[in-house]
Design a protein around this ligand. Structure first.
Ligand SMILES: [Zn+2]
Ligand SMILES: [Zn+2]
Ligand SMILES: [Zn+2]
Length: 260
């Protein structure tokens, strides 16, 4: 299984419009961050988690030619507003979309044309909406299990796929969700900035949560323009790194139930 970070930025993206700070004007490509999104592939299937406003640019940059499903974490604009560009991936048949019920309801209300029966294939997306059952959703060799997280006043989803977990946008991981995160090889975790924030983990909170979860390696994502990649790299313990756009990681796929 291979993951590619399509975006690692917070809701403004980095650079932030009209900002002249050191990070926004940096020449380090790792300081250029599209809105947070992830591509996950095995030998035959490709799945994205979230489609933010840059989804078209991200799909072109990562050479995505087909998609088998989309998983949403929550209904904030920086995670959903690229949804119309899914039409390319639903020309032949409807595209399966999974997420918390709040996301499914939001899609029905904001994008009703994408979920109805229609004959304009290709001009508008055709999405088939599904809840995520507790046992998860199998796609190819991968099983996507929802990990409920607290993001401000709302409950959002992270996802565990084999020995990998993607937990963007969260302030708190409830104990019952921590129990779903045992034995991870790779963890991706929200870490907005150094200063505390009411709805996102700050970097020190993310380090503490990562240490508690104890994955082999942890990558921090959803970073603001207050975070310089090289500086954060120095700040983090050896088992943690900042994620950056385009970073691709291979994660060994273990047969379900097989010993580690
Ligand atoms: Zn976000
Ligand atoms: Zn800036
Ligand atoms: Zn959010």
């Amino acid at each position: 299984m291979q993951i590619t970070f399509l975006g690692t930025g917070t809701s403004h993206g980095v650079p932030r419009i009209a900002c002249t700070c050191d990070v926004c004007t940096s020449h380090d490509p790792r300081n250029k961050r599209f809105r947070s999104s992830l591509l996950i592939r095995d030998d035959s299937e490709s799945v994205v988690i979230d489609t933010g406003p840059e989804f078209r640019l991200q799909a072109l940059r990562a050479h995505i030619t087909h998609l088998h499903a989309v998983f949403y974490t929550h209904n904030h604009a920086d995670h959903m507003n690229g949804i119309d560009d899914l039409r390319v991936f639903s020309e032949v048949s409807p595209l399966d979309v999974y997420g918390p019920s709040q996301v499914l309801e939001d899609i029905r209300q904001r994008f009703p044309y994408a979920v109805g029966e229609h004959s304009w294939r290709g001009n508008i997306p055709q999405l088939r909406l599904h809840e995520v059952p507790p046992s998860g959703v199998a796609i190819g060799s991968m099983r996507f299990v929802a990990v409920p997280l607290v993001h401000g006043c709302r409950q959002v989803f992270g996802y565990r796929i084999g020995d990998f977990a993607y937990l963007t946008d969260c302030k708190h991981i409830p104990p019952e969700s921590l129990a779903l995160l045992d034995g991870l090889e790779v963890l991706v975790l929200d870490a907005l900035r150094y200063k505390e924030h009411p709805t996102h983990m700050c970097i020190d909170e993310a380090i503490a949560a990562a240490e508690q979860i104890g994955a082999g390696h942890t990558y921090l994502t959803h970073l603001t323009h207050r975070v310089d990649h090289a500086e954060l790299e120095q700040y983090l313990p050896p088992t943690m790194s900042p994620a950056h756009d385009n970073l691709t990681i291979s994660i060994p796929t273990r047969a379900e139930g097989a010993p580690k």
